[in-house]
Design a protein around this ligand. Structure first.
Ligand code: NAP
Length: 489
C-alpha cells in the first residue's frame, strides 16, 4: 500500500456501500453464504492446510482440526440465521383506549451495526482469522467485514479470502461485503479502526495490540466498540485432598495442556496454585518429569518466540522464583521449550509482574500456606478467560468462598479438567473481565458472538407493510418472539 490513508478510505467506502445492500438480504440468503464459505473451505482443505503448515509451523493434524472447527462455526451461525429468533424480537401492540394515556405500538429487534474490522489472529490461522468466528459472527449479524490479514500467515489468509469472495458471488452477495486488507505496519490497523465508516472491531492477540486498538477507537469523535480478546494466565487451583489421590493423573493432563500447540493458546494454564504440603511437592516432581520428556517445538513466528524468551526470562529472575523443569538446556532458535517454575504465595502476591502472561509452554506453580492464602490469590488476580479448580466433591463444597472468588474474575470456571480445548456451542462463554477482554459481557466463541455486532432498534407506530418481516404481526418467518409479554411464534 503506497498511500495507506487513501487506500483505507476507498476500502471503507466500498465496505459501507456493500453493507447498505447486504443488511437488507434475508436470513436464509446470508445462511446460504455462510454455508457456501464452509463448503469452499472443505473442498480446498488439503491445499489450505498445506499452505498453513508452511506458514505457521503448526502440525497438519492440528490445522485440519481447526479447519473443521471453522466450518462448524460457520454452520452454527447459518443454522441460527435460518431459525431466526436470534434477532430477539419484542412486540407490544397499541392500546389506543388506555387511560390516562394511549399506549403506542412499539416493536424491537437487533439490527446490524455497520462495517466491522476484524484482525486475524496468529495462533488460529483458520478459526480466529479470515473466515473465523469474528468474520462469521459479523456476516451473520448483517455487517460487512474488512479483514486485516495477520502478517504471520499471509498466503493462508489470502487463499481463504479468495474462497469467501467466490462463495459471495455464488450466493448473490454484494462483492465488497468481505474485503481483505494486507501489508505490513500498525498504521493500516490504526487507520481502519479510526475510519468513520467503521462501526466495530474484533481482535484476538496481545494485550498491547488489543488495548491500543481499543484506545484508538475511544479517541475517535464517534467512539465505537472494540472486542479485543487479549491475554490470560488461566489460574488452576489444586485442592489438597484431591492431589493426594490424583497427582499422577493431574500431572499427565497438565503436561499436555501446558505444551499443546507449543503453549500458544489463550487458555493455556500459565498459573497453578496449590497448598504447600507433601502432596504438592509430589505433584511438582511428577509434572516436572513429564515436561522434561516433551521436546521443544517451533513457535508460530519469530516475534512470538522472542517474546516468549523475553517474558520467561523476566519471570524467572523475579524474587523467589525457582526454575524446576526445562525439557532441554540448549534452546534451538524460535523453539518453545516446556518450562516450569515455582514461587511462594507471599512472593507472588507481592509482585504483580508475575501475574502477566508468558505466551508459550510455560507455567508457574505458586505454593500457598493454606486455602485462605489460595483465596487471597484468587481475589488479587486480574480478569481471566478461565479459572479451574481441581478437587474432590467434599472439598469443593467446603470451599465455596474460593469458588466464588474464582467466579468473580473469570469468564468460564472449569471443575476437574483443563482450560485448553474450547467447545464451540451456544452455552460456551469465551471472554472475561478486563484485561482478558475489553468487554466482559460478550463471547468470541459460539453463536452469542453475534451480539457484539448488533444494536437494538425500536419501531414505534410502524404500519405492517413497512415493518421488517421479523416484526410483522403475521410473523411470516415463524420465529419465536415476545408478543405482548408472551413468548410465542
Ligand atoms: P499482536 O502483536 O497482538 O498482533 C495482532 C494483530 O494486531 C496484527 O495484525 C498487528 O499488526 C495488529 N496490531 C498489534 N498492535 C497494533 C497497534 N498498536 N496498532 C495497530 N495494529 C496493531 O499478536 P501476534 O503478532 O499474534 O503475537 C504477539 C503476542 O501476542 C504474542 O507473543 C502473545 O503474547 C500474544 N498473543 C496472544 C493471543 C491470545 O489468544 N491471547 C494470541 C496470539 C498472540 P501487524 O499486522 O502490523 O503486526
Amino acid at each position: 500500500m503506497q498511500n495507506h490513508a487513501e487506500e483505507i478510505n476507498q476500502v471503507m467506502s466500498r465496505s459501507y456501500a456493500a453493507f447498505c445492500d447486504y443488511r437488507k438480504i434475508s436470513g436464509n440468503q446470508k445462511a446460504d453464504f455462510l454455508d457456501g464459505i464452509a463448503a469452499m473451505l472443505e473442498q480446498a482443505s488439503a491445499a489450505l492446510v498445506a499452505v498453513a503448515t508452511t506458514e505457521t509451523n503448526l502440525p497438519e493434524a492440528r490445522l485440519s482440526g481447526e479447519r473443521m472447527r471453522t466450518c462448524n462455526q460457520l454452520r452454527q451461525f447459518s443454522a441460527m440465521l435460518r431459525e431466526g429468533s436470534w434477532v430477539d424480537a419484542r412486540i407490544d401492540t397499541a392500546q389506543p383506549e388506555r387511560q390516562p394515556l394511549p399506549k403506542p405500538d412499539v416493536r424491537k429487534m437487533n439490527v446490524a451495526l455497520g462495517p466491522v474490522v476484524v484482525f486475524g489472529a496468529s495462533n488460529f490461522p483458520f478459526a480466529y482469522s479470515t473466515a473465523g468466528v469474528d468474520t462469521a459472527a459479523a456476516l451473520a449479524a448483517g455487517c460487512s467485514v474488512v479483514l486485516r490479514g495477520h502478517p504471520a500467515h499471509p498466503k493462508t489468509s489470502l487463499a481463504v479470502a479468495e474462497l469467501i469472495s467466490q462463495a459471495a458471488h455464488k450466493s448473490g452477495i454484494p462483492k465488497d461485503t468481505f474485503i481483505h486488507v494486507d501489508g505490513p505496519g500498525f498504521e493500516i490497523g490504526k487507520l481502519l479502526v479510526q475510519h468513520p465508516q467503521t462501526k466495530a472491531v474484533g481482535f484476538t492477540g496481545s494485550y498491547s495490540g488489543g488495548k491500543a486498538l481499543y484506545d484508538y477507537a475511544q479517541q475517535r469523535p464517534e467512539p465505537i466498540p472494540v472486542f479485543s480478546e487479549m491475554g490470560s494466565i488461566n489460574p488452576v487451583y489444586l485442592l489438597p485432598e484431591s492431589l493426594k489421590s490424583l497427582a499422577a493423573q493431574t500431572a499427565e493432563q497438565y503436561s499436555v495442556s501446558i505444551t499443546q500447540s507449543v503453549g500458544q493458546f489463550c487458555t493455556n494454564p500459565g498459573l497453578i496454585i496449590g497448598v504447600e504440603r507433601e502432596s504438592l511437592r509430589n505433584f511438582i516432581t511428577l509434572l516436572s518429569d513429564k515436561l522434561k520428556q516433551i521436546p521443544p517445538a517451533r513457535m508460530l513466528h519469530e516475534g512470538i518466540s522472542k517474546s516468549f524468551y523475553h517474558k520467561r526470562a523476566q519471570a524467572l529472575k523475579q524474587k523467589g522464583v525457582d526454575l524446576v523443569a526445562m525439557s532441554v538446556s540448549e534452546e534451538p532458535e524460535n523453539y518453545g521449550v516446556p518450562t516450569l517454575a515455582t514461587v511462594s504465595a507471599d512472593d507472588f502476591l507481592n509482585n504483580p509482574g508475575l501475574h502477566d502472561e508468558v505466551f508459550g509452554p510455560y507455567s508457574l506453580i505458586v505454593r500457598a500456606k493454606d486455602i485462605k492464602q489460595m483465596q487471597a490469590i484468587a481475589e488479587n488476580l486480574p480478569g481471566q478467560l478461565t479459572s479451574t479448580a481441581i478437587g474432590l466433591d467434599a472439598e469443593l463444597s467446603e470451599h465455596q468462598g474460593l469458588l466464588e472468588a474464582i467466579a468473580s474474575r473469570a469468564g468460564r470456571i472449569i471443575l476437574n479438567g483443563v482450560p485448553t480445548g474450547v467447545e464451540v456451542c451456544p452455552s460456551m462463554h469465551h471472554g472475561g473481565p478486563f484485561p482478558a477482554t475489553t468487554d466482559s459481557r460478550f463471547s468470541s466463541v459460539g453463536i452469542d458472538a453475534v451480539k457484539r455486532f448488533v444494536r437494538p432498534l425500536s419501531f414505534q407506530n410502524y404500519p405492517e407493510s413497512l415493518l421488517p418481516d421479523e416484526l410483522k404481526t403475521s410473523n411470516p418467518l415463524e420465529i419465536w418472539r415476545l408478543f405482548n409479554n408472551e413468548l410465542r411464534k
